[in-house]
Design a protein around this ligand. Structure first.
Ligand code: ATP
Ligand code: MG
Length: 265
């Protein structure tokens, strides 16, 4: 009777490391022995291709079908090359879901209702959100226990964060009262760049212990791995990127599992 911890990886800003974090956190959690379901909720389907899965093989069973209700999660699930990690594929069809669901019943709860059917199967569900705050991200935040925000270590890192936090606040009020922030993950940190250090200091000052101490460096191996269809841990286990995502998974596990009940918020 596992009850999944559902973590939504969200930031409406594009290119901040949502997919890289989703794929590599999910893979690292699976390597740590947890059962993990990765939901690709972005029509770009980058998490899908990043794990070497051919989207066209799932043209009739992907997250679009789950959201419109013609397939269950178990009917749509695909296994990956990593033991313990399953995925629900996304492709371009998902663009249509935002429009098709406009008049649908329980349109914000589609993903939550679908996930309820597998809560005894996966310890973690990681949702890779698209770079927008539309109905797809609303579904993700409504179904999640927590949301994790990747922030790129650059000058405009905080831009848009208040909008994301406002949206999460509204969803907590109206749709998902127990939603809370899992934390902020700093990504693409460049130790040679003074600005990177300044951004880290500023965000740590603002958000304190909400900021994960595992900071993800800018690492070329991390950007190469998706084109080989592998998470970093299988592409180059010794790279700094692989180590830091492993650290992040361990830190998350300590926060989630290593504290007394109710102590983790
Ligand atoms: N730590 C890193 N080091 C080097 N390159 C990175 C790192 N993280 C991400 N990248 C690269 O930066 C680009 C954007 O990353 P990613 O796709 O994870 O962002 P995203 O937030 O999911 O983007 P989108 O908003 O388009 O979905 C990708 O090409 C990715 O390979
Ligand atoms: Mg992405």
């Amino acid at each position: 009777m596992i009850t999944s911890r559902v973590i939504c990886i969200a930031n409406q800003k594009g290119g901040v490391g949502k997919t890289t974090t989703s794929v590599n956190l999910a893979a690292s959690l699976a390597k740590a022995g947890r059962s993990v379901l990765l939901i690709d909720l972005d029509p770009q389907g980058n998490a899908t291709s990043g794990l070497g899965i051919k989207r066209h093989e799932f043209n009739d069973k992907n997250i679009y079908h789950v959201l419109i209700g013609t397939k269950t999660i178990l009917e749509a699930v695909a296994s990956t090359s990593i033991a313990g990690l399953d995925i629900i594929v996304a492709n371009n069809d998902l663009i249509g879901a935002e429009i098709e669901l406009v008049d649908a019943e329980r349109r914000e709860y589609r993903l939550k209702d679908a996930l309820a059917t597998v809560s005894d199967k996966y310890q973690f569900v990681i949702i890779d959100c698209p770079p927008s705050l539309g109905l797809l991200t609303v579904n993700a935040l409504t179904s999640a226990n927590t949301f994790l925000v990747p922030l790129q270590c650059e000058y405009y890192a905080l831009e848009g964060l208040s909008q994301l936090l406002n949206t999460a606040g509204l969803i907590k009020k109206r749709l998902n009262p127990s939603l809370h922030i899992e934390g902020i993950v700093l990504t693409m940190f460049d130790s040679r760049n003074n600005l990177s250090h300044q951004v880290v200091n500023e965000i740590q000052t603002h958000f304190g212990n909400k900021v994960f101490s595992s900071i993800i460096p800018r690492n070329v191996r991390l950007s190469e791995a998706p084109s080989h269809g592998k998470p970093i841990i299988d592409y180059d286990e010794k790279s700094l990127g692989a180590k830091r995502y492993k650290d992040l998974a361990e830190e998350l596990l300590r926060r989630v599992e290593g504290v007394p009940a109710n102590g983790g918020n």
